[in-house]
Design a protein around this ligand. Structure first.
Ligand SMILES: [Zn+2]
Length: 362
C-alpha cells in the first residue's frame, strides 16, 4: 500500500513537471515569430488542421458545438459539486477537485496553443505579401473610403437592380467561399484550403446574446457560421472563418485575408459582401477620429438601403447580455497577443492601406 502511494506521488510529480515544462516551452516559442511562421503556421499547423477537417468536415452538423455543450453541462455539474464540498466543509475533496481543475486547464491551454493558438504569434499575411503596415493619416483613410465607395456602388448594381437583395442558399455560399480560396491559391499558394469544414452554428438561435457572426473551433477545426444573420453578411463571415482555419488567428488578418480572397470572386454577391464589410470598418475608423469630410463619392441609394436594413436588424437584436460577452471576448483577444482587443477587427484598415499603397488600388 505504502509503495503504491509513493508510486502515485512520483507519477503526479512527473505529470506536473511535464505540463509546466510544456507551458514554459510554448511561452518561449512565442518569442520567435519567424520560427513559428516557418515551422508551425506553414508546416505543422497546416498538416494538423487539414487532417482535423478531413476527419470532421463531412459531418453535416457542428461536432464542436456538441463538444462545447457537453463541456458546458459538465462545468455546471462541477461547480455544483464544488459548492457542495464547501457547504459540507469537505476540504480534502475540495482541494483534490481544485488541483484536478488546474491540471485540466493546463492541458486545455497546451492543446489550444499547439492546435491553433501559436498562430497568434506568427509573422502573418503582412510578411507574406511584403506589406509595410504603418500608422495612417485621415487623408489616407478618406482615399480608401472613396475607392471602397466606388466599388460598392459598382458591385451593388452587378448583384441586382431590385431594392431587396437576393438570398442565395447557405450551402451554396459555404461552397462558394471554399471555391474562392482555391482560386486565390493559384496566385498565393499559402491560401490553399483543402477539406472544407464549414457548418451552421447550432447556437445560432441564441447568437444575438453572444454578439458573434461566426467562430472557429480550434479543437475540432470546424468553422461555425451564424445562419440567421442578414444573408449579405454571410459570404464575408465565411471567408473570415476560413482564414482562421488556414492559420490566420488575428482578427484583422482574418478580415484582410477574407477580403483579398472575396474581392476576386466570380460572384458579385460575394464581392459586394466583402466591400460592404470593409467599408464598415473604414467608416467606424473615421467616426473614431471625429473627421468625416463630405467630399466622398455618394453611396448609391440601393447600398444605403442595404446598410439601413442591416442596421435595423441589429437594432432589433439589441440586448444587455451581448456587451458583457463582448467584454469577455475582448479580454480573450488581449491575452492572445491582440493588444487592441475587440478593436483588432478594425486594424484591417492598416493592412488595407498598406495593400493599396503597394498595389495601387483596392
Ligand atoms: Zn474571427
Amino acid at each position: 500500500m505504502k509503495l503504491n502511494i509513493k508510486f502515485n506521488q512520483k507519477r503526479q510529480i512527473w505529470v506536473w513537471l511535464t505540463l509546466l515544462l510544456l507551458v514554459g516551452l510554448i511561452q518561449l516559442i512565442t518569442l520567435f515569430p519567424p520560427f513559428i511562421e516557418r515551422f508551425y503556421s506553414c508546416a505543422f499547423y497546416k498538416f494538423y488542421a487539414q487532417k482535423l477537417r478531413a476527419l470532421l468536415g463531412w459531418i453535416p452538423f457542428s461536432a464542436g458545438d456538441i463538444l462545447y455543450f457537453i463541456v458546458g453541462v459538465w462545468g455546471l455539474v462541477w461547480i455544483i459539486k464544488l459548492l457542495k464540498y464547501i457547504f459540507t466543509r469537505n476540504w480534502k475533496l475540495l482541494t483534490k477537485r481544485i488541483i484536478l481543475f488546474v491540471k485540466i486547464v493546463l492541458v486545455i491551454y497546451i492543446w489550444f496553443m499547439l492546435g491553433w493558438g501559436l498562430n497568434y504569434h506568427r509573422q502573418g499575411i503582412a510578411e507574406q505579401l511584403n506589406l509595410q503596415v504603418q500608422p495612417y493619416s485621415t487623408e489616407e483613410l478618406c482615399t480608401l473610403r472613396d475607392s471602397l465607395a466606388v466599388q460598392l456602388n459598382y458591385w451593388r448594381k452587378q448583384v441586382s437592380s431590385d431594392t431587396t437583395l437576393p438570398t442565395p442558399a447557405l450551402k451554396y455560399l459555404y461552397h462558394e467561399a471554399a471555391a474562392d480560396y482555391l482560386q486565390s491559391a493559384q496566385q498565393y499558394s499559402f491560401l490553399k484550403y483543402a477539406f472544407p469544414s464549414i457548418k451552421s452554428s447550432l447556437f445560432s438561435p441564441w447568437a444575438k446574446y453572444f454578439g458573434w457572426g461566426g467562430y472557429y473551433n480550434p479543437f475540432t477545426g470546424e468553422a461555425q457560421v451564424r445562419n440567421n444573420l442578414p444573408r449579405i453578411l454571410i459570404p464575408f463571415t465565411v471567408l473570415h472563418e476560413i482564414a482562421h482555419q488556414i492559420g490566420y488567428a488575428g482578427e484583422e488578418e482574418a478580415n484582410f485575408v477574407g477580403f483579398i480572397v472575396g474581392k476576386t470572386s466570380t460572384h458579385p454577391y460575394v464581392v459586394y459582401s466583402c466591400y460592404s464589410e470593409l467599408y464598415k470598418y473604414v467608416f467606424s475608423e473615421l467616426l473614431q477620429r471625429n473627421t468625416f469630410p463630405d467630399k466622398s463619392p455618394a453611396l448609391d441609394t440601393l447600398v444605403k438601403y442595404d446598410f439601413k436594413q442591416i442596421n435595423l436588424f441589429f437594432r432589433r437584436e439589441d440586448n444587455n447580455i451581448a456587451p458583457q460577452i463582448m467584454n469577455l471576448y475582448d479580454i480573450y483577444l488581449r491575452v492572445n497577443q491582440q493588444t487592441n482587443g475587440i478593436d483588432s477587427y478594425n486594424q484591417v484598415v492598416g493592412l488595407l492601406i498598406a495593400y493599396q499603397k503597394k498595389y495601387g488600388k483596392i
